[in-house]
Design a protein around this ligand. Structure first.
Ligand code: 5AD
Ligand code: SF4
Length: 435
């Protein structure tokens, strides 16, 4: 059957959708160019905030109304369970985040409705990829055992499971053979790789840094990224890996969530403000241009003006290269859902705007330092904003754009390395010229 997958949420969902696409094609189904063209539409859902869940449910409703065989997968399915059929009585199938491997068979059999929430198991098809070009996601750590008070992820994605290192290395080597130049290793808290279960046959060294070292040896692979990190994982050995493994990008997405020790403790983040800042300092001591990006939640229950100012000052001290700010959204069943969501909507909005405005200035300052330097960029394609420009990213995940050459014959191919001198800096973008 002709299918189309619509993906909401994080990179983990993007990766799961890719695996489903690959499994569907292997089972004889055909990828449609658009949802209009599809007989089956699969919506991969997110539930990290209420709004995300509503989007996926709304989209599914529309697809049902359009007469499509409609299935949902992902985090919202697991959270809602059977209730999903109360919201969407005509939904054909719903599968949880660790049960996506069942989708091709469900579609082939065509006996609806089906609900498969899935066990805490390793999904089938973890290594199924489609030809996505030069970049690929690889999930190395499933689930999450951190029990942050506000977060629904452990409830929906289950316990941590580290995929065997041998399997990951083989998967990345196979991708590199197919022309993949950049991989991004995924895990909710990826530096916990190899902690709950062993990933290597022996227990020599720290599991995740060791994985990075092994991947660094793969021919043809140019860049290794990973996300998300936790300050506890910023060990001396990780810094040594950054120093010794040129393919490992000098960028870390290190969600901080809050700068107030009181709020951090309530959230159960397992670090203090000082410990967090020490981790950032360690990275920047190693390389002052090391890119550190973060996630922040504003309006956590009981977040006072003082707590908020602590977040503001932490962000300034950390000198983040980029930051994603989220307004607190209570998720049923999480510890913080029992607390009163007492920061008014308008105040959450205001705090959000303040942090974003701060970050604009900070991003400008951080990027100004790069003017005059030469950055190595992997070419992605034409710039989204200006078609007469090319766009790519440096190791720090910074977007760099430059003028298209007049002569098309010198145009790079996606994934090609380009060296650019930075001429101009903006908060979110650098403008360069090939050298
Ligand atoms: N409300 C708002 N933001 C949340 N996040 C996780 N749970 C919630 C919630 N209940 C944010 C965190 C996390 C990012 C992926 O989403 O900042 O790092
Ligand atoms: Fe896991 Fe905490 Fe990240 Fe949520 S915020 S996904 S619980 S590490």
């Amino acid at each position: 059957m002709k299918f189309y997958i619509h993906t909401y949420g994080c990179q983990m969902n993007v990766r799961d959708s890719e695996a489903v696409e690959s499994l569907m094609i292997a089972a004889g189904h055909e990828k449609a160019a658009s949802e209009d063209d599809a007989e089956v539409v699969i919506i991969n859902s997110c539930t990290v905030r209420q709004k995300a869940e509503e989007k996926a449910v709304g989209k599914s409703g529309n697809m049902i109304a359009a007469g499509k065989i409609t299935g949902m997968m992902g985090c919202a399915v697991k959270r809602m369970g059977e209730d999903i059929f109360k919201r969407l009585p005509k939904l054909h199938f719903a599968v949880g985040p660790r049960a996506f491997g069942l989708i091709p068979r469900i579609v082939s059999e065509g006996r609806y409705p089906v609900l498969e929430l899935g066990e805490d198991v390793v999904p089938v098809g973890m290594d199924a990829h489609v030809d996505t070009g030069w970049q690929s996601f690889v999930t190395v750590l499933l689930g999450c055992d951190n029990r942050c008070s506000y977060c629904i992820v452990p409830d929906v994605r289950g316990h941590e499971y580290s995929r065997p290192a041998k399997e990951v290395v083989a998967e990345v080597a196979a991708l590199a053979k197919r022309g993949v130049k950049e991989v991004c290793l995924l895990g909710q808290s990826v530096l916990r790789y190899g902690i709950r279960n062993t990933a290597w046959d022996d227990d020599e060294g720290e599991a995740f840094p060791r994985l990075l070292r092994a991947l660094n040896e793969i021919d043809g692979l140019e860049r290794i990224r990973f996300t998300s990190a936790h300050p506890k994982g910023c060990t001396d050995e990780l810094i040594r890996v950054y120093r010794e493994c040129p393919k490992v990008c000098r960028h870390l997405h290190l969600p901080v969530q809050s700068g107030s020790d009181r709020v951090l403790a309530e959230m159960g983040r397992r670090y203090t403000r000082a410990e967090y800042l020490a981790a950032v300092a360690k990275l920047r001591e190693f390389d002052p241009e090391f890119a550190v990006t973060t996630d922040v939640i504003v309006g956590y229950p009981g977040e006072t003006a003082e707590d908020f100012e602590a977040t503001r000052s932490l962000m300034e001290e950390a000198g983040f290269d980029n930051a994603f700010v989220f307004k607190y959204s209570p998720r049923p069943g999480t510890r913080s859902a029992a607390l009163e969501d007492d920061v008014p909507k308008e105040e959450k909005e205001r705090r959000d705007q303040v942090l974003l405005a701060d970050q604009e200035l900070r991003g400008q300052k951080r990027n100004d330092r790069l003017v005059g330097t030469v950055r190595e960029v992997l070419f992605e394609g034409p710039s989204k904003r200006k078609a007469d420009r090319f766009s790519g990213r440096d190791g720090g995940n910074r977007i760099v754009v430059w003028d298209k050459p007049a002569d098309c014959s010198v145009s790079p191919a996606p994934g090609d390395k380009v060296r650019l001198e930075i001429l101009e800096a903006h908060p979110q973008i650098l403008i360069g010229r090939p050298v």
